[in-house]
Design a binder for this molecule. Structure first.
Ligand code: NAD
Length: 253
């Protein structure tokens, strides 16, 4: 069933939450567009301007590493100071109330944490762009330090151990994080209500989680303003603006 009226979508979601014992949120870039962070696939996306630097190139080519950092800082400046939106706040409230067991996210913007969802309830499948990590020893590096070093030397930063420092995100060609994948599987298998919010659902393996949940008997709800390839598999499609649809739940603690 597809619902395009915001009020009807809200009523249907309220009904589903009332019946659910254990819900899971699964989010994509669309939940953050109202916060000023552009999504990946909508028209004029700044993310699409350049061909992505894949992981093997990042590792093998110092010039590619420098270019990756230049792009990273340019993108960061575009949405510096972004604050959580109504969708993030709704999910934080649903987690706080015990209705939602976890938020699985493809996003790298840190806005679920900023909205108050506890870190242990957030599963970041594609990492986190708000800090950096040494690829050799795993040490965390703060972006403000990395940037100062990059601007001073013009070279891609290295860790004390000599390892390459990279934004703590998962690049094309980089292995998915094992622990996060395991936890996401557990949550998708254990929930009775799975909400896919603001994702085009074309990036795998992440887009496999709604299917896993559905196969295990969960009710699958897709909240997105555009069609997705999983709409036909969903029990319910709420076609509209995420912030408007989820806003009543932002106060449901
Ligand atoms: P996507 O760009 O492929 O899809 C986003 C979907 O959200 C689109 O279908 C779009 O129509 C919809 N959408 C956008 N704003 C909306 C709104 N206000 N209301 C309803 N729907 C809205 O994003 P994806 O599926 O998450 O895949 C992109 C990949 O790029 C992810 O893996 C992610 O790691 C990365 N990415 C992350 C961010 C972020 O952290 N905010 C931003 C861009 C890209």
């Amino acid at each position: 069933m597809i619902i395009s009226s915001t009020q009807e979508a809200q009523a249907e979601l309220a009904r589903l939450f009332a019946q659910s014992q254990r819900a899971v949120g699964f989010t994509g870039a669309g939940i953050s567009t109202e916060c000023g962070v552009p999504d990946f696939r909508s028209p004029n996306s700044p993310w699409m301007k350049n061909r992505p630097i894949d992981f093997s190139l990042f590792m093998s080519d110092p010039l590619a590493r420098e270019e990756a950092w230049r792009r990273k800082f340019t993108m960061d400046d575009m949405y510096a100071g972004a604050q959580p939106g109504r969708g993030h706040r709704a999910l934080a409230a649903l987690v706080a109330s015990g209705k939602m067991g976890a938020v699985i996210t493809q996003n790298i913007d840190g806005l679920h944490l900023a909205a108050g969802t506890p870190a242990q309830k957030i599963i970041e499948l594609h990492g986190n762009g708000t800090y950096a990590k040494c690829l050799a020893c795993g040490k965390r590096h703060e972006l403000v330090d990395v940037r100062a070093e990059f601007e001073r030397t013009g070279a891609a930063p290295e860790c004390d151990c000599g390892g390459a420092v990279k934004s703590a995100t998962i690049s094309f060609g980089q292995a998915m994080p094992e622990d996060e994948m395991r936890r996401a599987h557990e949550e998708a298998n254990a929930c009775d209500l799975f909400l896919a919010i603001g994702s085009s659902l074309v990036v795998y393996p992440a887009a496999g989680f709604p299917i896993i949940a559905k196969r295990n008997g969960a009710t699958l709800v897709i909240v997105n303003r555009e069609e997705t390839p999983l709409d036909e598999a969903a029990d319910l499609v709420l076609r509209g603006d995420i912030g408007s649809i989820l806003s009543p739940f932002a106060t449901s603690q």
